[in-house]
Ligand binder design. Structure first.
Ligand SMILES: [Zn+2]
Ligand SMILES: [Zn+2]
Length: 401
């Protein structure tokens, strides 16, 4: 590894910073304390700060000693509504809230990078530090864009990382093209005719229709999707009557759809609408589909992925950089990548060996109550961010217009 010595020398400071954020997790758009910690850190270093972008989002601005293009690096700040099972000293002090996705580590890594870059401004251009709220379902990236992020700041390229549990510590995985799926939610309301459960012939059983629809939806994946393409359709919730002797008037079913391409997404929604309308009608009921696109697919840009891979190889060594296998998980960094060229990369969090005594019995997996971010990644990620600034805003960086 070719880490920046000043960053490894201050590892204890950055670890303390990360652990303080871990101990005080806040949910999406409630990141008041976390944002305040970030703002104080930046202001103490005389870094220009813009607050309240996308409600609790923060942007720091570091100008190089020459003019040039704008590079943005993003960290998400929000935690999850989960009761932490770890009881080591930096475990959550907020009941029912936990940094189980490592956003505390993403935030600390960017703060560490800012700490170093602020002292070493020998680059041509501007670095924008984006501290984003509400990645976990709240669409904080979109909220910052709706609040004028790209109008207020001249950003030419954007990068971000996610720690990747189970992947070897400090190894980098990245790939051009789609790396994370789009996330979409659906709700179907089936209106039948309620009746006594002992006299089903007098009504229309909306729950029976729903059970057929659950199976019919699976034909979209198995029979309408090209076999080498990835689509997931999961019906996860069905609500009908509250009693064993009542056949419900209406039945509601909900679920999620994940895929990588616009073509498949349109196809899935159209097939779901047709099956809902016609299958429900065939049973003498009425079906209504409500389909909502939450996060688009995360699609890395080819050139920026090459830049990130080159820089990662310099920092962690080519033998620790590998191709990322796309996942059906999703990420709202996708909104940024729809607007600006960039790359979202993964850095291995290890297998959990790093955890302090007192961790929970569960695996060190993302969204698990026994999870903990690996502090060893902070100098790695921060060194990659520093190297990226030097690469992209240095002599071989983004060509100025
Ligand atoms: Zn998460
Ligand atoms: Zn996450």
């Amino acid at each position: 590894m070719n880490l920046i010595p000043e960053l490894t020398a201050k590892a204890a400071t950055y670890t303390a910073l990360r652990r303080d954020i871990h101990a005080h997790p806040e949910l999406g758009y409630e990141e008041e304390r976390t944002a305040a910690v970030v703002v104080q850190w930046l202001k103490e270093r005389d870094i220009e700060v813009h607050e309240g972008i996308g409600k609790t989002g923060v942007v720091g601005v570091i100008k190089g000693n020459q003019d040039g293009p704008g590079l943005a690096i993003r960290a998400d700040m929000d935690a999850l509504p989960l009761q932490e099972e770890n009881n080591f000293s930096h475990a959550s002090t907020h009941a029912g809230k936990m940094h189980a996705c490592g956003h505390d580590g993403h935030t600390a890594s960017l703060m560490a990078a800012a700490d170093y870059i602020n002292q070493n401004r020998d680059f041509a251009g501007t670095l924008y530090l984006i501290f984003q709220p509400a990645e976990e379902g709240g669409g904080g990236a979109k909220a910052m864009m709706d609040d004028g992020l790209f109008e207020r700041f001249s950003i030419d390229e954007i990068y971000g990382y996610h720690n990747w549990a189970g992947y070897p510590e400090g190894h980098v995985a990245l790939a051009p093209g789609p790396v994370m799926a789009s996330a979409n939610e659906f709700k179907v309301t089936i209106t039948g005719k309620g009746t006594h459960a002992a006299m089903p012939h007098l009504g229309v059983d909306s729950l029976l229709v729903a059970s057929h629809l659950v199976q019919a939806f699976q034909s979209i994946v198995s029979r309408n999707t090209a076999p080498l393409e990835a689509v997931v359709l999961s019906t996860t919730k069905i609500v009908a009557s509250d009693a064993t002797n009542i056949i419900a008037d209406t039945c509601a079913m909900e679920g999620t759809v994940r895929c990588f391409t616009e073509e498949n997404l349109v196809m899935v929604e159209e097939r779901m609408a047709k099956l809902t309308a016609e299958l429900c009608s065939a049973f003498g009921s009425r079906g209504e589909l409500h389909f909502e696109r939450a996060y688009p697919a995360t699609v890395n840009h080819v050139a920026q992925t090459e830049h990130a891979a080159r820089v990662a190889e310099q920092v962690v060594g080519a033998e620790r950089v590998a191709a990322f296998t796309p996942t059906m998980g999703s990420e709202d960094f996708s909104f940024f990548l729809q607007a600006k060229p960039g790359c979202y990369l993964m850095i291995g969090n290890g297998d959990g060996e790093h955890r302090d005594a007192g961790h929970g019995l569960g695996p060190c997996a993302l969204h698990n109550p026994s999870y903990d971010f690996n502090d060893g990644l902070i100098p790695v990620a921060a060194s990659i961010w520093v190297a990226l600034v030097n690469d992209r805003l240095g002599p071989n960086g983004i060509p100025t217009a």
